[in-house]
Design a protein around this ligand. Structure first.
Ligand code: NI
Length: 166
């Protein structure tokens, strides 16, 4: 188990477009494992490679559902629903902050696994939100760029129903 340091807002690495992963080797497997360990340690539901200082197109997601840890290498969203969801979003690179962000309700992503095998994954609700959020990181984008508004400290700490946040 190796926990890597999470890059915080203000570091240029978060704003760089990431390069494609070309080598599906042991090093990539180690990176993905470390990213999952780091995400779990920080109690996040997703982490992108640039958040640990690696400018490559790889993300991990774990929303604690039947999928377990999802590894997406060179992911591309191929379908997004017209139906949207508006809700709370945070980021391990912006600790203590949250915003209200509108995302598609459902997306399909085409990606490769750690061995280079291609697959498609469709996610709804929180999984769709996590996929969109993490893939944005690979293009140097953060949720604060597209949020409807930032939540106050009170709203972050309080247990407010998602529907009341908009
Ligand atoms: Ni993030």
């Amino acid at each position: 188990m190796a926990i890597r340091k999470i890059v915080k807002l203000g570091d240029d690495v978060l704003r760089k477009p990431c390069k494609k992963v070309e080598k599906f080797d042991l090093r990539l497997g180690l990176l993905l494992k470390d990213m999952a360990d780091t995400m779990h340690d920080a109690e996040g539901v997703g982490l992108a490679a640039p958040q640990v200082g690696i400018i490559r197109r790889a993300v991990v997601i774990d929303i604690e559902d039947e999928h377990g840890v999802i590894e997406l290498v060179n992911p591309v969203i191929t379908e997004r629903s017209e139906e949207t969801q508006t809700g709370r979003e945070g980021c391990l690179s912006l600790p203590g902050r949250q915003g209200v962000v509108t995302r598609p309700m459902r997306v399909t992503v085409h990606a490769q696994d750690r061995h280079g095998r291609e697959f498609d994954l469709t996610g709804e609700g929180l999984l769709a939100r996590a996929i969109c959020h993490e893939l944005d990181h690979l293009d140097g984008k953060l949720y604060i760029d597209s949020m409807d508004r930032e939540l106050t400290e009170e709203e972050i700490e309080g247990h407010i129903p998602e529907d009341d946040l908009t």
